[in-house]
Design a protein. Structure first.
Length: 126
């Protein structure tokens, strides 16, 4: 692969100085998407994450690999049944309580809605 790509060519120095090199491969070089990843890993590791994101989208045929934003109303209407409880696991820093409160008030009404707050007390060990 190295000898076929002629890395001493001036098109590579222009590519290497690009701020978005993963988007601007030299047109005269015939490289596959996977070969592009290998080249970026070798010469521009600072752009590897972006290149891998593009590679994954290309291979999977999707526009973005980021998960869609959680929509509780959509989740409630399409994924739940009234005889089963809903368990919501959240990551640190996430707080869906306002959206959950608004959805509950919309579905059951403000007069039937009540909140129960749980907390974990820190135990000191000496």
């Amino acid at each position: 692969m190295y000898s076929n790509l002629r890395f001493d060519d001036s098109s590579w120095s222009k590519w290497n100085s690009s701020t978005e090199c993963e988007l601007k491969f030299p047109q005269d070089k015939q490289v596959t998407s996977f070969q592009q990843i290998l080249i970026i890993q070798a010469f521009r590791p600072d752009r590897l994450e972006s290149a891998m994101r593009l590679f994954a989208c290309d291979v999977l045929g999707i526009q973005d690999i980021s998960p869609e934003t959680l929509n509780l109303k959509k989740l409630y209407s399409k994924e739940t049944i009234s005889t089963e409880p809903i368990l919501i696991l959240i990551s640190p820093g996430a707080d869906p309580s306002t959206e959950l409160r608004d959805l509950a008030k919309e579905i059951i009404g403000k007069e039937k809605y009540a909140e129960v707050k749980l907390f974990v007390e820190k135990i000191r060990r000496f």
